[in-house]
Design a protein around this ligand. Sequence first.
Ligand code: IPE
Ligand code: IPE
Ligand code: MG
Length: 258
Amino acid sequence: MQRDMAKLRAYYADAPSDISLDDIDLSRMPSHVSFIMDGNGRWAQARGLDRTRGHVAGVDSLRETVTTSVRLGIDVLSAYAFSTENWRRPQREVNLLMHLFATTLVKELPLFHQENVRLKFLGDLDALPKDTRDVFQRGLDETSSYDGMTFALAVNYGSRAEIARAARLIAQDVSAGKLSAEDVTVDAVASRLYTAGLPDPDLLVRTSGELRLSNYLLWQLAYTEIYVTDLYWPDFNRWEYLRAIRAFQGRGRRYGGV
Ligand code: IPE
Ligand code: IPE
Ligand code: MG
């Protein structure tokens, strides 16, 4: 994707001592970067605040991550915002999150317009409160013609549910005679996932130090490079993003070959 070098240089002025824009190779950037945005609750608790304050602070990190991705010329950004298991949290926290998704999207739509960002959602949106769903639909409608970066937000997303859904869709096509059993290929499955049409992530970043996938993109992450930082999500910023890319560029990707 195109990037505006003047804007990028200005965005990455005032570098800390350990990392700068010169440490990464702009000709070898990941095409799709994905984030497990974890640690909002711990960030808040460490400050003696209610967990929900961490989610509010996390919105600022997500905004910075969208802007950073655009400046760096990333093609696809995806982020895990709410899992199919997160419904187990206290009702009050779930309500706050659903409300935050809606209000944030309305507030941030101008950024998507300005930066030519196309919005996508990964997950089952039918189970979301109606006002959240309506705002998401508005976001989809208003950005569907944009051809800059794609921003895919995973909400009520679970990888196992996603794969089961793909199997269901395939079974329906087979029983309707539209697909033969021999045609159930890797591509046939991939095209029925929420990520259909998107490249697999090249780089997965998880914040707050947990070394697990938590039911995120199990199929799509098959050959993704993983970077885990101890920073809590509200502390994630453009510099840690550069460190993640520097680590990514130091890896040798073999895809099972030599
Ligand atoms: C991630 O932060 C945000 C969501 C899952 C919605 P957490 O809320 O999981 O924060 P921790 O992991 O409890 O610190
Ligand atoms: C993963 O974080 C889900 C999101 C970031 C939305 P969790 O906090 O839910 O994951 P676990 O429970 O630590 O595995
Ligand atoms: Mg967590």
